[in-house]
Design a protein. Structure first.
Length: 206
C-alpha cells in the first residue's frame, strides 16, 4: 500500500491545507472518505484547487456540518466501515481524516478504529497555539496505543519553538516542519511554504 494518512489533533487545525500541500509535493492522489457538511467548499474541492492533483470521490457525502455519525443519522444512514477500504491507485495516495481521532463514524466506531484497520503510516497535524501540548500528546498516545505507525508531527501556525520541542522530546516523535498561516492561499504560496516540511522523511514511509 502506498497510502499515507493525514489526521489532525482536532477540527480546524489546518490538516486540509496541509493535505493539499503534501498531495502536490508527493505528486499523489487525494481521498477524503467521509465529508460532513456540503454548504461551503468541501475539503476535496479545496485540495483539488490548491494542489491541482487528481482527487477521488468521497465514500460518504453528508449534508450536516457535524460529527460524521450525527451527520449520517440526519440523512437516515449509518456509516459502514467496510465501505471505507483504502482505494488501490497507482502511486501515492494521501488520505485525510475528519476532525480528531476520537470522532465517531457511527455509534460503535471512532475514526481511530478505521485508521488502525488501514495499517498505513500516519502524519499528525497539530496547532502551535496554546493547548497543543495536551492535544498532540493525547493524539500520539491514542495512535500508538492502536498500533498505528506514526511518521511524525507537522505543525501549523506561528513558530513556537519551545512548545514544538517539548512535544517532540517528551513524545519521542519526529518534527516534520511547520506550515505558517498564509494570508494569501494559492497553489504557489502553499508550494513555497511547504518547502519547510520534511517531505523527504515522509516519502520514506510510502
Amino acid at each position: 500500500m502506498s497510502a499515507l494518512i493525514v489526521v489532525g489533533t482536532d477540527t480546524g487545525v489546518g490538516k486540509t491545507v496541509f493535505s493539499a500541500g503534501l498531495t502536490a509535493a508527493l505528486n499523489a492522489r487525494y481521498w477524503k472518505p467521509v465529508q460532513s457538511g456540503l454548504e461551503d467548499t468541501t475539503d476535496t474541492e479545496t485540495v483539488r484547487l490548491l494542489s491541482g492533483a487528481e482527487v477521488l470521490p468521497e465514500a460518504y457525502r453528508l449534508n450536516l456540518p457535524a460529527s460524521p455519525h450525527l451527520s449520517a443519522e440526519d440523512m437516515g444512514v449509518e456509516i459502514d466501515l467496510s465501505r471505507l477500504a483504502v482505494p488501490q491507485v497507482d502511486g501515492p495516495l494521501v488520505v485525510e481524516g475528519a476532525g480528531g481521532l476520537m470522532v465517531p463514524l457511527n455509534r460503535q466506531s471512532y475514526y481511530l478504529d478505521l485508521i488502525a484497520q488501514w495499517q498505513a503510516p500516519v502524519v499528525l497535524v497539530a496547532r502551535t497555539a496554546l493547548g497543543t501540548i495536551n492535544h498532540t500528546t493525547l493524539s500520539l498516545m491514542a495512535l500508538r496505543g492502536a498500533g498505528c505507525e506514526v511518521v511524525g508531527v507537522a505543525f501549523v501556525g506561528e513558530a513556537e519553538p519551545d512548545v514544538e520541542q517539548t512535544i517532540v522530546e517528551m513524545s519521542n516523535v519526529r518534527h516534520l516542519g511547520r506550515l505558517p498561516v498564509l494570508s494569501e492561499l494559492t497553489q504557489q504560496t502553499l508550494k513555497d511554504a511547504f518547502s519547510e516540511i520534511d517531505v523527504v522523511t515522509i516519502r520514506r514511509f510510502l
